[in-house]
Design a protein around this ligand. Structure first.
Ligand SMILES: Cc1ncc(COP(=O)(O)O)c(C=O)c1O
Length: 468
């Protein structure tokens, strides 16, 4: 077996004097942080180490391995997360001004693509589970209606699995879109681990979507920011490569790429065994928490209504039958048990697991939940509301170019929003630039200032509205 990129960096760099970037000159003895962060092997493209934007050597070999592993025509390393892959992928599959269909719950990178390329979105809304507010799978019937009503759409963007691990029936979805000549990009940022072993659900690649984007860093052992984009055919791969030149840095970090290369090799050689260990740890966790009295684990007893399938690696703990919120549960886990979770909301906490988890880490989570549960009492069930449907008055790309005012919430009703009002969690825009501010939206914003990210820093009680 050939050396990994990590081995090559370790073996070959120590013999050279660096008269090239970066400015630390691989001199890790300059300061402890450089040593800790392995500045001695931190390079960007130099001779002998290939070139991400025209890969022919060790990077190409790694990307070919990735394509084989996931089943793509061609795969590309991403050093700017799935965000970069989605920006490039949507650009590769559309022309300026195109109509695209997208789930309203898409990640902000999809919205940014829409605004950047002057696209016209048709939104697909999904129902939410009443006890936790988590969106169910994309309804195939509803999608078919929308596809038939929009035969001129160029692209469909679907997210599966979602942040909370909800899967949609990608095979049917992609088939239906392709039959109508519509391309599909799947944001599978949360599903890089799927389809690699029988322990977990099938992955997005098996649907034959034109482009699939995976964050390696979310569920697999690879450094933060690392991701991978897969193209289904040669023409798509060519367009994607062209756009990745636009959206990826011209100085990709070899630390990040060595981590991608290492992750792919690890999956190739021990992926199935490691996935089996992970699955066993998850099953042991689920057994341990089977008798919780007040807290509930999403999908523990049955698949929630409207959910096509669930990724078992996501542990969603629902608090809606108790007197505590998801935020309070997250605080208890942090303060009493030293467990930091991925996200919290009014009615749930998401504990994210990954290939690096151990039986012990999941055992600790189970014990903490059992301990907390024993001290809880039953509360009045809370009911979550779906995100309000919105009215677009202007396309986002036009609204973003117009002057705006900061308007107090009390005077914002019916004005046109000039910013993205994004609720974290779930990281989905309540409003997009160019949409009308409704009473439902203002109602939802009440008491949620800390959860909103917006250019008007919504904690000031103002919203950027168009100055028409
Ligand atoms: C659904 C979804 N897509 C895309 C992204 C972007 O991924 P990355 O952080 O790798 O850029 C995220 C990030 O959380 C996400 O939740």
């Amino acid at each position: 077996m050939k050396d990994s990129l990590y081995d090559k960096l370790n073996q070959e760099l120590s013999q050279q004097i660096a008269m090239h970037m970066p400015g630390h000159k691989r001199n890790a003895s300059l300061a402890p942080y450089l040593q800790g962060l392995r500045a001695d092997i931190d390079i960007t493209e130099i001779k002998g180490f290939d070139n991400l934007h025209a890969a022919q050597g060790i990077l190409k070999e790694g990307m070919d391995k990735a394509a084989k592993l996931w089943g793509a025509h061609q795969s590309f390393y991403l050093v700017n997360g799935s965000t970069g892959g989605i920006l490039a992928g949507i650009r590769a599959l559309t022309r300026r001004g195109d109509k695209i269909m997208m789930q309203r719950s898409c990640h902000m990178s999809v919205y940014h693509s829409v605004a950047l390329y002057g696209l016209n979105p048709v939104y697909l809304y999904s129902d939410v589970m009443k006890d936790c507010g988590i969106e169910v799978s994309l309804d195939t019937e509803r999608l078919l209606e929308c596809l038939d009503a929009n035969p001129d759409a160029r692209l469909l963007v679907v997210c599966s699995p979602s942040y909370e691990g909800i899967l949609s029936d990608l095979n049917d979805i992609v088939k239906a879109a392709h039959e109508r000549g519509i391309k599909v990009l799947v944001d599978a940022a949360h599903g890089a681990h799927l389809g690699l072993s029988s322990c977990f659900a099938a992955g997005a690649l098996s649907s034959k979507a034109d482009i699939v984007v995976h964050s390696l860093h979310k569920t697999l052992p690879s450094l933060t920011q690392t991701a991978i984009a897969h193209a289904a055919d040669a023409k798509t791969a060519l367009s994607l490569a062209e756009q990745l030149d636009v959206f990826q840095t011209s100085s990709p970090s070899y630390l990040l790429m060595a981590s991608i290369d290492g992750c792919i090799r690890l999956l190739e050689h021990s992926g199935k065994a490691l996935m089996t260990q992970w699955q066993h740890a998850l099953l042991a966790f689920k057994n341990s928490v089977a008798d919780l009295e007040h807290l509930r684990i999403l999908g523990q007893k049955e698949l929630p209504c409207g959910v096509w399938a669930q990724d078992m690696s996501k542990i969603v703990i629902i608090t809606s039958d108790t007197r505590i919120s998801g935020y309070e549960l997250a605080d208890m886990l942090r303060n009493q048990y030293g467990i930091e979770t991925e996200l919290a909301s009014d009615c749930f906490v998401l504990a994210q697991t990954g290939l690096g988890d151990t039986k012990q880490s999941l055992h600790s989570l189970a014990q903490a939940l059992i301990g907390i549960d024993s001290g809880l009492s039953r509360g009045k069930p809370t009911a979550a509301k779906p995100l309000p449907q919105t009215e677009a008055v202007l396309p986002a790309y036009e609204a973003l170019d117009l002057p705006y005012l900061l308007t107090p919430h009390s005077a914002a009703l019916d004005k046109i929003c000039a910013e993205y009002l994004v609720l974290y969690p779930p990281g989905i825009p309540l409003l997009v630039p160019g949409e009308r501010i409704s009473s439902e939206v203002l109602q939802m914003l009440k008491g949620k200032a800390a959860q909103v990210r917006s250019k008007s820093k919504n904690d000031l009680g103002v919203i950027a509205t168009l100055h028409l």
